[in-house]
Ligand binder design. Structure first.
Ligand code: PLP
Length: 393
């Protein structure tokens, strides 16, 4: 399906039909986590279309499903990994390439974006010589000792104002210490190839990007003035918002701002990278679950379904994201509560969902649930994560 945006530009979104979801539930049972690989490819194409100067590195943490990585790999994506297991998941796809092709892929298409790395991780990574990020002096000493063959990007602390998930309280060097940190790394014999930042996940305040780009440009200029000429990469991180509701401005509006600012602030010899996670996977996945219990409590109809906050809906806690629960049937609605299957009252998906009358065995679904959801699903209370189903693989 192609939705026409208010300014006449198109954003491609495939909607999995309700019939397909119901048939999948009939065939496989519930709960299901349905991944549409056409939508993954469309999201990557959309990113490339609006941001032609920016190389997208899929942030694996958003959804580390191996088939998602495979599809994006085949579609030409690069990868942002933030742990050794994530690195190895991507590496699975390149293990049969020649040694040279494999090394080129790691250099050109993988970034290890976690600024804090355990000694053992650095020791294991060193043989692959990836580009890694850092934001403090201790990390320089660790990298020098345990992974002297990696390259580095300095991660800056930038405003995360209004982002759904803020990251600046945990990561990023203050701008005032940035060039000293570059100098310290170079003195330790580690090449600093550029800068990175993250404006916070699901950033709808596009000024965050403008401020971060301005800050990074100033630091680039100062670093080059002080003789650090190997700096030729800027990683603008993630934060690209998924269209969860009509209030989220589409990617092309953000892209217009980014393209203008990047062209104004960074010469052509600076390569621009990004680490989109949510934008690539959120709209590609739909959950399907089933009403397994029903009660009337506090004057409200309550439904108990077989997926919940400890499982696919875990993004409600960890990601501060809300996923509306939709019925498959029509009819007059009332305000209802929807709970997950575990014994814990924290397992509350919503206390206020408009739903028609549902019966035991009825199916419900949630769209746009692909990012930071199944990735943080647990097996709490003995309930396993939802079964993954692939469409258009
Ligand atoms: N890069 C880094 C370093 C991150 O920490 C994250 C998310 O936490 C991402 C990229 C992905 O961000 P997003 O999903 O907002 O695109």
């Amino acid at each position: 399906m192609i939705f026409l945006c208010h300014n006449g530009l198109t954003e491609r979104t495939f909607v999995i039909s309700k019939t397909i979801l119901q048939n999948l539930a009939k065939e496989h049972g519930t709960p299901l986590f349905v991944i549409d690989h056409d939508q993954l490819r469309a999201n990557l194409a959309e990113f490339n279309r609006w941001l032609p100067r920016v190389q997208p590195y899929f942030a694996v943490k958003a959804n580390p499903n191996p088939e998602i990585i495979r599809t994006l790999y085949q579609a030409g994506a690069s990868f942002d990994v933030a742990s050794l297991p994530e690195f190895l998941l991507v590496h699975e796809n390149i293990k049969d390439l020649s040694a040279k092709e494999r090394q080129d892929f790691i250099w050109d298409k993988i970034i290890y974006s976690h600024p804090i790395k355990a000694n053992e991780t650095l020791q294991a990574l060193d043989q692959y010589k990836p580009l890694v990020t850092y934001d403090n002096y201790e990390e320089i000493l660790k990298v020098k000792k345990h992974a002297p063959n990696v390259g580095m990007l300095l991660r800056l602390r930038v405003p995360n104002t209004g982002a759904m998930v803020e990251l600046s309280s945990k990561f990023g060097a203050e701008p005032g210490e940035a060039v000293d940190l570059i100098e310290a790394a170079e003195k330790a014999g580690i090449t600093v190839e550029g800068l990175s930042f993250h404006v916070g996940s699901q950033t709808t305040n596009f000024q965050n990007f403008v401020q971060a780009l301005t800050m990074a440009a100033e630091i680039f200029k100062e670093a080059r003035l002080r003789g650090f000429h190997k700096m030729n990469q800027l990683d603008i991180g993630g934060g690209f918002p998924a269209p969860y509701d009509a209030n989220v401005k589409p990617l092309h509006e953000l892209a217009k701002i980014l393209n203008t600012e990047i062209a104004r602030l960074f010469p052509e010899d600076v390569a621009i990278l990004a680490e989109p996670g949510r934008y690539l996977v959120a709209t590609a996945c739909t959950s399907v679950s089933e009403v397994i219990g029903k009660a009337h409590r506090d004057g409200r109809q309550c439904y108990y379904i077989n997926d919940g906050v400890y499982h696919t809906y875990s993004g409600q806690l960890f990601d501060h994201c809300h996923y509306p629960v939709r019925p498959f049937k029509d009819g007059p609605t009332e305000l209802c509560a929807v709970f997950g299957p575990t014994c814990d009252a924290l397992d509350t998906i919503t206390l206020a969902e408009e739903l028609p009358e549902l019966f035991l065995g009825d199916l419900v679904y949630s769209e746009n649930i692909g990012a930071y959801s199944h990735a943080s699903s647990t097996s709490f209370n003995g309930f396993p994560p939802a079964k993954v189903i692939h469409l258009n693989l």
